[in-house]
Design a protein around this ligand. Structure first.
Ligand code: NAD
Length: 465
């Protein structure tokens, strides 16, 4: 067992001792967990009715309470997520949860707008949609819950989650904590909820439920397509395959460090992480050398790269999910390489048609493709992003090149000269979200994304000039 595993096992053991002492009541509604979707939705409808009778100040108190409970229990839910899903790194889950608890906007995001003129006053308000059904991924069982709960409640909604079945314990505990935070702050029971045993059937029930007013899917393409064809208002936050381009004008050492940091965070499971590097030939050697000099990137030989590819890409051309989110030491050990703990990622030279250039690998194995010039890099970057409209990264000091790539690729997030995670507010400006809606265009979702606009007109009045 590594130090990290010892630490996680210790924390999880402590949680279960504490949980067994808690009153985990026979009434699941006491903690936000229900046996059926129907019960959860019924309760959410009532909770939302109560929420909208409360003041905005009350909503703010609820949100502060959620932020606090997450920060106070971060070690617990981070450890639980790693232990249950076996994806990612404990220290990075901690960062993810702090980011979500502190940088997800609250009610400030739904400030009304007013316009006055010769004909009087127009008031635009961002009103709740009602009860939202949210489907969440295995990769971020805590982060997605935190961002969605804060944003959806700030906008005056209730939410029923159907979590990924392989993250159900972590999701249940996160819901329990958020639910308690809401009730402790004077909010209604059942404002956020989930079911004890989520699966594909419960997801389908949630999607079809007549009392669900809006759907939010954070996951792969299939689930996004399902909610988009549901006939309901839906937000789809789907998969990505973010390319990181490096041209000959880049600060090469800084680019190398940024890419290694960005691609290795949480073992590459964030949908925003750099998934392939496209570098102009003349600086490729220097980039790889600087990556190695970070002390955290291991350069695979062509032979090792082939073995790793055969391991992590199945014969049907799909990613072998056994290796998603694993430490690089675990993956490389399978081909007989013992890597020191300090390593975070393996890199290798890849051809344009290498499967890991095109697949969303979500593991710390990073292909590097060389191209002749920046035009070819831009063209190829657009191709490998595959129209996901998700995230792209470029390292360059040439404004024209940066602009050309940003215009060509049309992604929701475009990071210049930094790690991809700067685009979700980690060391970059702006709010965070773990529901990044490329397909439906809301971008990094926040309270306003979960509203409907309402206009109020006062004719010939209320103008004070
Ligand atoms: P997934 O699509 O397998 O599952 C996501 C959720 O949808 C789960 O709750 C799952 O139970 C449900 N689901 C899946 N197929 C369904 C169907 N046909 N009908 C109804 N419900 C269905 O995704 P995952 O493996 O949990 O997460 C990883 C994927 O999510 C990656 O592709 C990653 O890029 C993406 N992701 C996107 C964002 C974003 O903000 N855009 C954030 C995190 C993860």
């Amino acid at each position: 067992m590594t130090v990290n595993e010892d630490l996680i096992a210790g924390i999880v053991e402590k949680i279960f001792i504490e949980l067994s002492k808690e009153d985990r009541s026979d009434q699941p509604s006491a903690n936000g967990l229900y046996n059926t979707i129907d019960e959860a939705v019924g309760s959410a409808v009532e909770a939302q009715k109560k929420l909208i009778t409360m003041s905005l100040e009350d909503r703010d108190k609820i949100i502060v309470s959620i932020r606090q409970v997450i920060l106070a229990n971060n070690e617990e839910i981070s450890a639980l997520a790693i232990q249950e899903t076996k994806y990612g790194r404990y220290e990075d889950k901690i960062k993810e949860n702090i980011l979500c608890a502190t940088k997800t906007p609250g009610t400030e995001d739904i400030h009304p707008e007013a316009k006055t003129g010769d004909n009087g006053l127009m008031l635009l308000e961002y009103a709740p949609v009602g009860v939202i059904g949210a489907l969440t991924p295995i990769t971020n069982p805590t982060g997605t819950f935190i961002c969605n709960s804060i944003g959806m409640i700030a906008a005056g909604n209730a939410v029923v989650f159907n979590p990924h079945p392989s993250a159900k314990k972590t999701s249940a505990r996160t819901i329990e904590l958020i639910h308690k935070a809401i009730v402790d702050a004077g909010g209604p029971h059942g404002l956020v909820s989930s079911i004890v045993d989520p699966d594909l059937d419960s997801a389908k029930q949630l999607i079809k439920h007549p009392k669900i007013n809006m759907l939010v899917a954070t996951g792969g393409k299939p689930v996004v397509n399902v909610v988009l064809s549901s006939g309901k208002k839906a937000i789809g936050a789907g998969s990505g395959n973010p390319p990181a381009l490096v041209d000959e004008t880049a600060h090469i050492r800084k680019a190398a460090e940024s890419i290694i940091n960005g691609a290795s965070i949480n073992n590459n499971i964030f949908c925003t992480c750099e998934k392939e590097v496209i570098v102009v030939e003349e600086i490729a050697e220097a980039l790889i050398k600087f990556m190695q000099e970070t002390g955290r990137a291991y350069l695979l030989s062509p032979d090792e790269a082939e073995k790793i590819t055969n391991l992590v890409v199945k014969s049907d051309g799909k990613i072998n999910i056994d290796y998603i989110g694993k430490d690089v030491q675990v993956i490389l050990k399978e081909i007989g390489i013992d890597l020191n703990e300090k390593y975070r990622i393996a890199i290798f030279n890849a051809s344009k048609n290498h499967p890991l250039v095109w697949l969303e690998q979500m593991m710390p194995i990073l292909p590097i493709v060389r191209v002749k010039d920046v035009q070819e890099a831009i063209h190829f970057g657009v191709e490998v992003e595959q129209g996901n409209r998700h995230t792209a990264i470029m390292h360059s000091t040439n404004v024209d090149n940066l602009t050309a790539f940003a215009r060509a690729i049309q992604t929701t997030i475009f990071v210049k000269n930094g790690p991809a995670y700067a685009g979700i507010g980690l060391g970059g400006e702006g709010h965070t979200s773990f529901t990044i809606a490329g397909p439906t265009g809301e971008g990094l979702t926040s309270a306003r994304s979960f509203t409907r606009q309402r206009r109020c007109i006062l004719v010939e009045g209320f103008r004070i000039i």
